[in-house]
Design a protein around this ligand. Structure first.
Ligand SMILES: Cc1cc2nc3c(=O)[nH]c(=O)nc-3n(C[C@H](O)[C@H](O)[C@H](O)COP(=O)(O)OP(=O)(O)OC[C@H]3O[C@@H](n4cnc5c(N)ncnc54)[C@H](O)[C@@H]3O)c2cc1C
Length: 388
């Protein structure tokens, strides 16, 4: 019996254990048998969203008042860890839980109309939403968004282009960062733009190194007329809303990172017990055992730190810098462990369809998406006071 770095005896809560069981069972039954097919198709089916909602998985950590299942970020982490443990991929999780980045601003706005039209149906698995911040001109500098929304009577007229938008090909609505005011972050707002609105087009479905089952779109906005009622919060608060929700997104990506690392480690541990070289199982070679232990150590450290940061967030502390560090710690684990897992699988690890090969490719987006390592490190430097 091999110990796991995902040991969660520190969380004796019954409801969280039950949630983990449901999530594992759902993943084994509804996801794993079809995952390669969805990787090849470039997207996950809508029915998966409905099925996840029926199991009470889609709305975890969203308040019941907006159609969620209640719970907090630690519940959502338990759910994610369990799905990865049972064989889900980072791309699958990005596609299925895009609501996690498209909806929080709407839910937090307290606007019952936006909640009824977008949040509830998405958490019920009936609609798919995306968050569109990044543009072809740049993603790191959010305050430089160029897509404009000009007020005309009761409507906004939106013009611009967004790119790298997760679930953007399938999305029914797009929570879009737009410029309603002057330059800089104070001129940004969030506007929900519905698919089917004249002028909103999916210009390209983007092929990628990894995250194959997660569709990624380039979106065009040409004189798209959007009702003023689709404004999220006040005009000019878009940047603050995006920044606030980034904390949870970065913690979630830390969870992706150490969880695919943990899964890759489990697969490598099992493979090295079965595979023989030089007359004995690979794991009987000391150098292999020590590598597995080093992989274990990195996952365990990343998980502990991420949980500590998440618990502080749940307790109401500001953890903007710490979320950046958690993401980076998770990524250091995934970069190292996913690579080592491929190596320990030898030639088999390099083959398409081998699970460690998929995690290895999926891992590469994590230091880029949700704020690149360089940009988050600089943000942490400012917040922690390492400035001239
Ligand atoms: C698969 C995928 C899914 C995505 N999903 C979404 C989504 O759903 N919604 C969305 O809005 N965006 C999404 N993104 C976009 C993602 O958030 C951006 O790619 C990311 O923010 C980086 O922006 P960029 O690609 O424009 O790189 P750039 O900003 O052009 O940066 C390029 C490089 O320069 C570095 N750099 C930039 N500024 C500095 C600096 N000041 N100091 C040092 N180095 C710097 C960066 O770290 C990076 O290494 C996704 C991207 C991918 C690939």
């Amino acid at each position: 019996m091999i110990s796991t770095p995902l040991d969660h005896r520190d969380e004796p809560l019954d409801h969280r254990e039950a949630l983990r069981d449901v999530a594992r069972e759902f993943t084994r039954r509804e996801v794993v048998p079809h995952l390669q097919e969805w990787e090849d198709a470039g997207e996950v089916p809508r029915e998966l969203h409905r099925a996840a909602a029926r199991q009470g998985l889609l709305g975890v950590s969203f308040p019941e008042a907006v159609g969620g299942e209640g719970g907090d970020l630690l519940d959502s982490i338990a759910l994610q860890e369990a799905m990865f443990e049972a064989g889900a991929s980072s791309g699958l999780m990005a596609a299925l839980f895009t609501g996690g980045i498209a909806l929080p601003h709407l839910a937090a706005s307290g606007n019952p109309d936006l909640v009824d039209r977008f949040v509830r149906p998405t958490l019920a698995g009936e609609l798919i939403g995306s968050l569109a911040v990044t543009e072809p001109g740049g993603g790191s500098d959010v305050a430089a968004v160029r897509t404009t929304a000009r007020r005309e009577g009761d409507e906004y007229v939106v013009n611009g282009t967004k790119t790298f938008i997760t679930s953007g090909v399938r999305a029914d609505f797009v929570t879009t960062a737009v410029r309603t005011g002057g330059p800089g972050h104070a001129g940004l707002s969030l506007l929900v733009v519905e698919k089917g609105t004249p002028g909103l087009t999916v210009d390209r479905s983007l092929a990628k190194l990894g995250w194959h089952c997660s569709d990624t779109a380039e979106l065009g906005y040409a004189d798209v007329r959007v009702p003023g009622a689709n404004l999220v919060g006040e005009e000019g608060t878009g940047f603050a809303q995006i920044a606030e929700q980034f904390v949870v997104e970065r913690i979630a990506l830390a969870v992706h990172a150490y969880s695919i690392a943990a899964r890759s480690l489990a697969l490598a541990a099992s493979y090295t017990r079965e595979r023989e070289a030089f007359g004995k199982p690979l794991v009987a070679h000391q150098v292999v055992r020590h590598r597995l232990v080093e992989m274990h150590r990195r996952v365990a450290v990343a998980r502990s730190y991420t949980h500590a940061v998440a618990a502080r967030h749940v307790a109401g502390e500001s953890v903007i810098a710490e979320a950046c560090l958690a993401k980076q710690t998770g990524i250091e684990a995934s970069s190292y462990v996913c690579d080592e897992a491929v190596q320990l699988h030898g030639g088999t690890g390099y083959l398409r369809g081998t699970e460690v090969e998929r995690h290895y490719r999926d891992a590469r987006i994590l230091p880029i998406g949700g704020g690149s390592t360089e940009v988050l490190t600089d943000l942490a430097a400012r917040l922690l006071g390492y400035t001239p």
